[in-house]
Design a protein around this ligand. Structure first.
Ligand SMILES: NC(=O)c1ccc[n+]([C@@H]2O[C@H](COP(=O)([O-])OP(=O)(O)OC[C@H]3O[C@@H](n4cnc5c(N)ncnc54)[C@H](OP(=O)(O)O)[C@@H]3O)[C@@H](O)[C@H]2O)c1
Length: 187
């Protein structure tokens, strides 16, 4: 079964997404931006089904312990080293295609949308995988120091959608930081 695969990310102008295992703007909290992440990833459009979030091990541990697992979502963690799911995670898989197989075979009746939530290499696998992919990007319009980066979004492979339901188009401001939401779809 081919589902649309979604990725969601907040990135700096240099495509930076992380610093020292945290968000680049840490300790500043962008609460409304986080609410957007929660709304997009947690809202299932099918009664009785949940969305899945797929993430690398470091992204899992970057989530404050009290917020793990991300609620109302099935949490799948990728690791080659771990032998069992980290405490709180629902599933552990050893590669990206196993995550998709888990969703499409074992969990197919329970799952609505699939969301890849980082980090770098997992986004890359999403962006290079076949089928329709959507990227929900928050462009943070201020540069912070970063050590982890999002892959280039190729204009030959992804087009910026002029609008998308539930995604505001105007520039947002929070804690003196401007940002805007964008949605890309694979061509
Ligand atoms: N701005 C944002 O929207 C955003 C989103 C997510 C994360 N972040 C930030 O990004 C940083 C974490 O991201 P990251 O890129 O460093 O790490 P990551 O992708 O979250 O985790 C890397 C680890 O995940 C496992 N992994 C990744 N791809 C895999 C695959 N295909 N198959 C099996 N295992 C795989 C490996 O675990 P093992 O080593 O255990 O094998 C790998 O070492 C943090 O700073 C976080 O705050 C930011």
């Amino acid at each position: 079964m081919s589902r649309i695969l979604n990725g969601i990310v907040a990135l700096c102008p240099d495509l930076g997404i992380g610093k020292n295992g945290n968000l680049p703007w840490h300790p500043v909290r962008l609460n409304n931006e986080f609410a957007h992440f929660r709304k997009m990833t947690a809202t299932s459009s099918v009664k009785g089904k949940q969305n899945v979030v797929i993430m690398g091990r470091k992204t899992w541990f970057s989530i404050p312990e009290k917020n793990r697992p991300l609620n109302n979502r099935i949490n799948i963690v990728l690791s080659r080293k771990c032998k069992a799911p980290p405490p709180g995670a629902h599933y552990l898989v050893a590669d990206f295609s196993s995550a998709l197989r888990l969703v499409d075979i074992e969990l197919t009746e329970q799952v609505d949308q699939v969301w890849v939530i980082g980090g770098s290499s997992v986004y890359k696998e999403l962006m290079e995988s076949p089928g329709t992919r959507r990227l929900f990007v928050t462009r943070i319009l201020k540069q912070f120091e970063c050590d982890t980066f999002f892959p280039e979004i190729s204009p030959e492979k992804y087009r910026l959608l002029p609008e998308f339901p539930e995604v505001p188009r105007e520039v947002q401001v929070e804690s003196d930081i401007e940002y805007r939401f964008e949605v890309y779809e694979s061509i």
